[in-house]
Design a binder for this molecule. Structure first.
Ligand SMILES: [Ca+2]
Length: 316
């Protein structure tokens, strides 16, 4: 038996159906609206994203430029720090090597009265042996081994010290600065002295042939071949290495040359140029190695050194 639906219930169903339809249509419209709104937002967001990516790229480039500038600055700063840490010891070195007018006058007086610049030498010309002897005397003086008594009073009056003592103190200081040590081998000390000379003394020609004492060459930080040789020989001697100065001639060079000699058997791992006996030149028996004082220990062999013919030598 069918149950009749009361009129009020029929109305409720209709209302429900309409409400359901309205809801479905409404939700579609809303969905379309939301989609439309989404699409609009998406395009705006996409635009912003592009802009942000451009900004990000530009910032990245700026950052790289800044990082590069920072790295340059850091390098300059590190270099400055290194310079600064060297400046103190270098300042002390240059202060210690300073020569005042009286000491300069002393050495010039020696040259003019004893050496090749004196009137007697000019008349006689001076032999190779005489020239090299005076050069080695300047070295020996600065090593504290000899003096010219006639001229020492002038120096003593000014300083109340002896010229050779002051010179030796300077040479000892230089060797210490150069890294010379009694715990080193002789070859290591030769290497250290050559490195110091090459790093601090510059080759310059004389206007007249003037022989400088080692401490003068150290003060000027320049000189020519015999000045380099006297300086090297004196520093070697102060380091405990027997040395000499040699004057050389060459068929391929118009002028002569001066180099130092060390009384060693070898230069260890380095190449060397040597004489097995120089007793005929007045040097002690045994091997003498030629040392070009204008070159590092790594450059003590080859055609430059071997072209020179020894004319005279004198131990320093
Ligand atoms: Ca000279």
């Amino acid at each position: 038996m069918a149950v009749p639906i009361p009129p009020s219930r029929k109305l409720s169903w209709k209302i429900l159906s309409v409400a359901l339809a309205a809801f479905l249509i409404g939700s579609n419209i809303a969905w379309v609206y939301v989609k439309a709104t989404d699409n609009h937002d998406l395009s705006a967001v996409s635009g912003r994203l592009d802009q942000l990516q451009k900004d990000y790229g530009a910032q990245g480039e700026a950052l790289e430029t800044q990082q590069s500038a920072n790295s340059d600055l850091q390098k300059k700063y590190d270099d400055l720090l290194a310079d600064l840490s060297n400046l103190g010891p270098q300042y002390e070195l240059y202060q210690r090597l300073r020569i005042e007018s009286l000491a300069a006058d002393y050495y010039q007086t020696i040259r003019e009265n004893v050496g090749p610049q004196s009137a007697g030498w000019r008349q006689n010309g001076g032999t190779w042996a005489e020239l090299v002897s005076f050069c080695s005397e300047l070295a020996m003086h600065d090593e504290g081994k000899m003096s010219w008594k006639d001229y020492e009073a002038m120096y003593f009056d000014g300083y109340q010290t002896y010229s050779y003592d002051d010179a030796l103190a300077k040479l000892k200081f230089v060797n210490e600065y150069a890294g010379v040590s009694t715990s080193n081998t002789s070859v290591e000390n030769v290497a250290a002295i050559l490195q110091f000379i090459v790093g601090h003394v510059e080759y310059q020609r004389d206007m007249i042939d003037k022989f400088f004492a080692p401490v003068e060459t150290l003060f000027y930080r320049s000189g020519d071949c015999e000045d380099f040789s006297a300086l090297a020989a004196a520093l070697f001697e102060v380091a405990g290495i027997d040395s000499a100065i040699g004057f050389f001639s060459s068929t391929s060079e118009s002028s002569g040359h001066a180099m130092a000699l060390v009384h060693l058997d070898n230069l260890g791992a380095y190449n060397w140029t040597y004489y097995s006996d120089l007793t005929s030149f007045g040097l002690s028996s045994g091997t003498w190695i030629t040392i070009e004082p204008q070159s590092l220990i790594t450059d003590q062999s080859g055609s430059w050194i071997s072209q020179w013919v020894l004319e005279a030598a004198a131990e320093a």
